[in-house]
Design a protein around this ligand. Structure first.
Ligand SMILES: O=C(O)c1ccccc1NCC(=O)[C@H](O)[C@H](O)COP(=O)(O)O
Length: 271
């Protein structure tokens, strides 16, 4: 059966083939090599569970989604990202897939130019070219979706990511996917409570999966945040960082939204 994830990836491959015709791999590699070194996303996220600064927020620039359609008119993604940073975001996530998410590499470049914190290229990474492209457009961190890759690809792409000086958010949904992420040496593991095959979102899924996450890894709770209470809940389950899209792009005041999410997690120890 063809899943939503399969059909997204088919589109990604078609678009990628067109881009590779325009800009060959050798050229994009050269462009990547001219970028300043990637910022350290691992450091930006890794003490979210243990220090007193509260859970780290990965704030997303998300125009639309397969599950919800259009979410927000984002006229200036750089300005939105700067507003997130002003609220205390630790990392900015930029969806660059155009067909279902309305994103682009131009969005990534605009965000890179507007902030001085790490930037995640959030896309469906299935070929080497995309990793050089991510770096060429200023990404510090890329997404590796375990469900979209076999073990050899996961291992090779993680190594390539590190060779390029970037970090990877390795995204799992099931216990088996967490085991695969750990086995290839992931340093930052996300549990997406959205099932990318069915699009079902179940925020309680995080607590069911969190117990399988090795404590030494950076742990990220992804999706399903509607307000500060959910951020606090993920923080209580041990998340170092929480990735938020829809709730932030729909909020009228993105700086205040990030600030309130961050502040909510500080209540973790209070009860
Ligand atoms: O958002 C979707 O509908 C979606 C569908 C298929 C694959 C990926 C999808 N979203 C990517 C994400 O995981 C989210 O953008 C991210 O975790 C933020 O989620 P949310 O805060 O629930 O917008």
């Amino acid at each position: 059966m063809t899943t939503v994830l399969d059909s997204i990836i088919d589109g990604v491959r078609e678009d990628l083939a067109a881009r590779q015709e325009q800009v060959p791999l050798a050229t994009i590699r050269q462009q990547a090599a001219t970028q300043p070194p990637a910022l350290d996303a691992l450091q930006a996220l890794q003490t979210g569970r243990t220090d007193t600064a509260g859970v780290r927020i990965i704030a997303e620039v998300k125009r639309s989604s397969p599950s919800k359609g259009a979410l927000a008119q984002i006229a200036d993604p750089g300005a939105l990202a700067a507003a997130y940073q002003a609220g205390g975001a630790s990392v900015i996530s930029v969806l660059t897939e155009p067909r279902r998410f309305g994103g682009s590499l131009d969005d990534l470049a605009a965000v890179r130019a507007a902030v001085d914190i790490p930037v995640l290229r959030k896309d469906f990474m299935v070929e080497e070219y995309q990793f050089h492209e991510a770096r060429a457009y200023g990404a510090d961190l890329v997404l590796l979706i375990v469900a979209a890759l076999d073990d050899a690809q996961l291992r090779d792409f993680l190594a390539l990511t590190h060779d390029l000086g970037m970090n990877a958010l390795v995204e799992a949904h099931t216990e088996e996917e967490i085991e695969r992420a750990v086995a290839v040496g992931a340093r930052i593991v996300g549990v997406n409570v959205r099932n990318l095959k069915t699009l079902d979102v179940d925020v309680n899924h995080y607590s069911a999966m969190a117990r399988h996450l090795p404590p030494e890894l950076v742990q990220v709770a992804e999706s399903g945040v509607t307000g500060p209470d959910q951020v606090l809940d993920y923080a209580r389950q041990g998340a170092d960082a929480v990735l938020v899209g829809e709730a932030l792009v729909k909020h009228g005041n993105p700086t205040e939204a990030v600030r309130s999410f961050r502040a909510a997690s500080l209540a973790k120890e209070a009860q």
